[in-house]
Structures are given as structure tokens and as C-alpha cells.
Design a protein around this ligand. Structure first.
Ligand code: NAD
Length: 473
């Protein structure tokens, strides 16, 4: 089909409509900008369609199913426990679809023009031009006073040792989200948030799951005590670990996969129906025309300054493609900051602390420095801990696993880190995040009133404990 070129002039052109791109578009529109957003696949990006949201739907199904196995603890019973895997996946896809249409509604409401196709940059008069190969055929050139790259990231693969997904027996998060059936046995390579969430979900449905991690402990970015407690709690649920273990080779067998690992100087081969590769992600920097424009790319991310500027006039990058931490809320935050900077608003929220959550059973959540990081910085931290096993609400709910740990700066008393494992900790971490954003010290946290009975009282107690004032131990 002959390419039909049509022009479009905008204040801002955004490439990618994940939580980075679409939130930026809304904020830009609020600031009076004429905005276009280019998307090659689905509005809402990986997060809404193939990441954060549909995994949470799956995890909820797994959690409810697993809890049914503990009904007797609550004095309850059911005749027979069971699940329909197809229905579990269908629900997860329905949840993703609902949010995807929600983004379409928001784009319409804020008069953001959605251009469906694949974008590439070309040298322009001011900011680079955005040339879109349209999904419907033909191409369209968009010019914007500013252009923001929000193209996200994808799963890292290691073809040299066979860690290359085939969609059948070797999965990335994408295939793991919507397979035809739950595997009887599963090997998960990588114990970051993605690996642990899928391990948790499939274990809840009864799969035999082994997690292989190259570093000395699982969830290696978390505080050491949290990693240790998580390891123990997951083992109690029947998850198996090989830590630290190096994957040497992954091969497909007649009925599944064989993963050759090296641990303690010995080589061992693990077998399973399916393997999930969750060894990190790489930024989507290819085929954008970055090299010709002189955009600096380090490893797989675009190098930017504190406002998201790439150094090429009018070209910015935010979210996963601009580097770690690779989190949806970081992308939205950076996007809003970037567009407010473009509008000349002088936003001051650059250093806002960014929480991280893993939605396994038990959940894990953290913000700021770990105890070890605080010590490495020479801060002599004051550390508090409080276990849920002595928290009234946790006992009543039967959620006594885990604890809250607080890290304060020994000199100033500022809260510099918080780490939690247990029941609803992914909902609670925002309390500490807000405290850190407001630069709260131990005095504010200790003087704040926490509702009783709640699991959040453990946050109060951990803040008291750091200064020898814990009440319920
Ligand atoms: P990750 O980098 O967090 O974890 C990958 C893990 O794989 C690491 O612990 C690494 O040591 C290990 N690893 C690497 N190569 C290995 C090998 N050859 N053998 C064994 N282990 C190996 O990456 P991820 O879990 O894939 O997640 C990607 C990003 O997405 C992360 O930044 C994560 O925070 C983010 N994410 C967040 C959430 C959430 O917030 N709930 C959910 C999913 C993903």
C-alpha cells in the first residue's frame, strides 16, 4: 500500500502509553498542551495489559484458593476445594481489558490524540520529528515542540545458555500470565519481583516450584532480614530454592525442560514441565533512530538528566527506558515531573522516595535505605523491629507472619528506610513513604496516632523500638 503522509503539529508527542506515557499525557493536557501519544500495541502498556495489573488478579485467585485450604483454622469448612484455571486466567484478562479501556476513556477526556503505530525519530527543526508507521497502513509524521520517550522495557533473555523463551516450555512473564494450563512443575530463574510473584501464584495452585537465584539470597534488593524471612516463609509454603546457583544451560526435553545449574561447586540438573525466565529487563531503545540523533544510551537505557532531558534539544525520556528502578509508579512520577519542567513550573519533587512492592504470600514492601546501605553510608542507623505475631489485628486475622523494620538516621532522627514482610504490607508502605517524603523524624512517627486494632500499629511499634520505647514486647 502506498504510504500516505499526513502531518500533525503538537506541543508534545509522547512515544509509549504505559503508566509513564499516559499519565504524562494527562498532566500535559491539564497544562494546556496539545498532546499526541503513539502506541504500537495496547493503551496502558505492559503494566496494565501484561504486568502489574493482570498479575495482581492472578495472585488474588491464588491467594483465595490457598486460604480455602486453611478454612479449618477459622472454624470453617467447604465440601471440596477446586479451581478452573481457564476461568482464573479469563478473569485476569478481563481486569486488564477493563483498565485498557479506562486509559482510552482518559485519553479522550483529556483530548489527547492517540496514534496507533510504531514511532521512529528523525532529525527535525527543533525537537526530533516522530515518524509513525501506522497500524492501519501508511505513515504519519508528527512534530512536537517536545518529544518524550516512554517506550518501556521488556524481559531480558540469555540465548547463549538457552534462556530464550519459546512461549511453550520456556516462558517470560508474558506467557506465564495466560497459559492454557497451570504446569505441574515449574522452575523459575531469577528471584526478583517477577520471579517471586509467579512462583507464589503457581505454588498457591499446587505446582511444584523451584526458584534458582544467582546471588546469595532471594529478593536481593530487599533488606537482608526481609530476604531471610521471605525465604523461610516461602519454604513453609512448599517453594524450593537453589541459592546461590548459576544457570549453566537450559534445554528442552521431550516433556519439559532441563536446567543445568552449578551450586556449591557441583553441577546438578533440575527438571520441570516449564521454566519461567525472570532475570531482569532491558529498555526498549532499538529502532527508534536514537543513534543518528546522538542520544546517549548506556547498557539498555537512555541517559537523561534529573528532568528527563536527553541533551538532544526537545527530546526527553522517562520510566523504564530511562533506567532503574523499573517501576510503574516511578515512570508516572518522572513523566509528571518532566512535563511540568517543560512547562516551566520548576517542580521540586525530584528526590521523592520510591517504594517497591512484591505481591507474593507473604507480601514484601520497602522504601529507602536498607540497614546495610545506611551503614555503608556511614550513618550509624537506629533500627527498630516489630513482629506481627504480637499484633492484635494480625492474630485475629491469622496473619502473624512477618515484621516491620524501621531505619532512622542516628544523628538527625530522620526516617531513612522501612522494610516490611507480612499480610497487607504493600498497602501499608505508603505510610512510611509519605513520612519520608515529608522528611519526618522519629518524633513525628512516635507521636502519630495509629488506629487500633490494625496491622499498621506494627509501624508505630517499630518506630518506638528503634529508640527503646516499644510497648507490646
Ligand atoms: P530483577 O532484576 O528484580 O530480578 C532478577 C533476578 O534474577 C536477580 O535477583 C538476579 O540476580 C537473578 N538472575 C539474573 N541472572 C540469573 C541467572 N542466570 N540465573 C539465576 N538468577 C539470575 O528482575 P525481574 O524480577 O525480572 O523484574 C524486572 C523489573 O520489574 C524489576 O526492576 C522489578 O522491580 C520490576 N517489577 C516490579 C514488580 C512489583 O513492583 N511488584 C513486579 C514485577 C516487576
Amino acid at each position: 500500500m502506498a504510504a500516505q503522509a499526513s502531518e500533525g503539529q503538537f506541543d508534545l508527542v509522547i512515544i509509549g502509553s504505559g503508566p509513564g506515557g499516559y499519565v504524562t499525557a494527562i498532566r500535559a493536557s491539564q497544562l494546556g498542551m496539545k498532546v499526541a501519544i503513539v502506541e504500537r500495541e495496547l493503551l496502558g502498556g505492559i503494566c496494565l495489559n501484561w504486568g502489574c495489573i493482570p498479575t495482581k488478579a492472578l495472585l488474588k485467585s491464588g491467594e483465595v484458593y490457598e486460604q480455602l485450604g486453611h478454612l479449618a483454622d477459622y472454624g470453617l469448612s467447604v465440601e471440596k476445594r477446586g479451581f478452573d484455571f481457564e476461568a482464573v486466567v479469563k478473569r485476569s484478562r478481563k481486569v486488564a481489558a477493563q483498565l485498557n479501556s479506562g486509559v482510552a476513556f482518559l485519553m479522550k477526556k483529556h483530548k489527547v490524540e492517540v496514534v496507533e503505530g510504531t514511532a521512529r525519530l528523525e532529525k527535525g527543526e527543533g525537537a526530533p520529528k516522530v515518524v509513525v508507521a501506522l497500524k492501519a497502513g501508511g505513515s504519519r509524521t508528527l512534530t512536537g515542540k517536545s518529544v518524550i520517550l516512554a517506550t518501556g522495557a521488556r524481559a531480558r533473555t540469555i540465548p547463549a545458555i538457552g534462556l530464550e523463551p519459546d512461549g511453550e516450555r520456556v516462558w517470560t512473564y508474558r506467557e506465564a500470565l495466560a497459559p492454557k494450563a497451570a504446569p505441574k512443575s515449574l522452575i523459575v530463574i531469577g528471584s526478583g519481583a517477577i520471579g517471586i510473584e509467579f512462583a507464589s501464584f503457581y505454588r498457591a495452585l499446587g505446582s511444584e516450584v523451584t526458584v534458582v537465584e544467582a546471588l546469595p539470597r532471594i529478593l536481593p534488593v530487599e533488606d537482608e532480614e526481609v530476604s531471610k524471612a521471605a525465604h523461610k516463609a516461602f519454604e513453609k509454603r512448599g517453594l524450593k530454592f537453589r541459592v546461590p546457583a548459576n544457570v549453566k544451560k537450559l534445554t528442552k526435553t521431550k516433556s519439559g525442560v532441563a536446567v543445568e545449574i552449578e551450586a556449591d561447586g557441583k553441577t546438578e540438573t533440575l527438571g520441570a514441565d516449564v521454566c519461567i525466565v525472570a532475570v531482569g529487563i532491558v529498555g526498549n531503545v532499538e529502532n527508534l533512530g536514537l543513534e543518528a540523533l546522538g542520544v546517549k544510551v548506556e547498557r539498555t537505557h537512555v541517559v537523561v538528566d534529573k528532568h528527563g532531558s536527553t541533551g538532544v534539544p526537545g527530546l526527553y525520556a522517562i520510566g523504564d527506558v530511562a533506567g532503574p528502578p523499573w517501576l510503574a509508579h516511578k515512570a508516572s512520577h518522572e513523566g509528571v515531573h518532566c512535563v511540568e519542567h517543560i512547562a516551566g513550573l520548576k517542580p521540586t519533587n525530584i528526590e521523592s522516595p520510591i517504594p517497591g512492592c512484591t505481591y507474593s504470600t507473604p507480601q514484601i514492601a520497602s522504601v529507602g535505605l536498607t540497614e546495610a546501605q545506611a551503614k555503608e553510608q556511614g550513618r550509624e542507623p537506629k533500627v527498630g523491629r516489630f513482629p506481627f505475631r504480637v499484633n492484635g489485628k494480625a492474630i485475629a486475622a491469622g496473619e502473624t507472619e512477618g515484621f516491620v523494620k524501621t531505619v532512622f538516621d542516628g544523628e538527625t532522627g530522620a526516617l531513612i528506610g522501612a522494610h516490611m514482610i507480612g499480610g497487607e504490607v504493600t498497602e501499608m508502605i505508603q505510610g512510611f513513604t509519605l513520612a519520608m517524603t515529608l522528611e519526618a523524624t522519629e518524633a513525628e512517627l512516635q507521636g502519630a496516632v495509629f488506629p487500633h486494632p490494625t496491622m499498621s500499629e506494627a509501624m508505630h511499634e517499630a518506630s518506638l523500638d528503634a529508640y527503646g520505647m516499644v510497648l507490646h514486647i
